[in-house]
Design a protein around this ligand. Structure first.
Ligand code: SF4
Length: 310
């Protein structure tokens, strides 16, 4: 079965072997972050809708999980902000009722957590990974470029309320953009807000592949370690992806798997090897064909040659 709303499983840097569920069309989001690995937001929106049919997503999830795959997480992520989808709560409940052995994670920018309906929808998830890149309004606007009306103060308030109500785990992500949110003052402001939110874990991240704006550069490992140490507590710098050995070979579906992954974010051959568990020769051959067909293109960046969907 070719899936429209599922992708992977991928070997995620944070979540291990993770089956992705994508609930919004590329690229629908409440933010237009300068570092977004999915590219610029084409639909900057704050209203929740059933962007893709809930029933069809549930049918795909049911078909996939009925095979009892070995997964660390089923993760809501992909082409934009998953909490914009009005059916996310129903889909999470379906997974937890029918397949309780699977842990459910939601990656979110946290912009809608001020909405009680959104908080209620996420209550049955096992893990929520919200991001918070800045507390100062000016820096927040510069980095996250939110939908008009969304402020840093509201995001912090929504996050704080959610953390009080949610009984699962919260891992807060801070994405560092050198020259924007890496000053001592902003990191100390973040530290004090994070203490009030009280997440279980804090992860510091930086650019790993081409972002929405080409001038955005990654922070150095040294800078990330310094920031993690200032934030203190259980803060860690996000590391490498897990071993490709964790995933089974899927030779018959290589093209679909590569396209589904590249469509969501640009990848190098090494990224594809480590996230999809495919053989290098198999990947290279498939990429050559896809490029010749004009379905993908390559671009050289600091970390190597990235392939992205055309
Ligand atoms: S990084 Fe996340 S929150 Fe920011 S624009 Fe991309 S999808 Fe939206």
């Amino acid at each position: 079965m070719a899936y429209r709303y599922l992708f992977g499983p991928v070997c995620s840097r944070r979540l291990g072997v993770s089956l992705g569920i994508d609930l919004v069309p590329l690229k629908t989001c409440t933010f237009n972050c300068i570092y977004c690995e999915c590219g610029r937001t084409t639909r900057l929106i704050g209203e929740r809708h059933e962007y893709v049919p809930t029933g069809q997503v549930i049918a795909e999830v049911d078909e996939y999980l009925a095979r009892a795959p070995d997964l660390d997480y089923v993760t809501f992520a992909g082409s934009g902000e998953p909490t914009l989808h009005s059916g996310i709560g129903e889909i999470i409940s379906f997974i937890k009722d029918r397949y309780p052995r699977y842990r459910v994670a939601v990656l979110t920018n946290g912009a809608l957590l001020g909405d009680p309906d959104v908080r209620a929808a996420l209550m049955r998830a096992d893990l929520v990974v919200p991001s918070l890149d800045a507390v100062s309004e000016e820096i927040f606007q510069e980095i996250n470029r939110p939908c008009p009306g969304i402020t840093a103060g509201e995001v912090v308030e929504g996050l704080t309320t959610f953390a009080r109500e949610f009984t699962g785990e919260i891992w807060l992500e801070v994405f560092i953009v050198p020259g924007q949110n890496d000053t001592e003052e902003e990191i100390l402001r973040l530290k004090s807000v994070i203490a009030a939110i009280g997440p279980d874990h804090v992860q510091v991240n930086t650019l790993d592949r081409p972002g929405a704006e080409i001038w955005v550069r990654p922070a150095s490992s040294l800078a990330l370690e310094r920031i993690a140490s200032t934030l203190g507590g259980s803060t860690e710098v996000i590391g490498e992806a897990c071993s490709s050995q964790a995933l089974p070979q899927k030779a018959a579906e290589v093209t679909d798997l590569l396209l589904a992954t590249i469509r969501r974010r640009p990848c190098t051959i090494n990224d594809l090897i480590s996230t999809l568990g495919l053989r290098p020769a198999e990947i290279s051959k498939c990429l050559r064909v896809l490029e010749a067909e004009g379905r993908i293109e390559s671009v050289r960046e600091r970390r190597g040659i990235f392939y992205r969907a055309v």
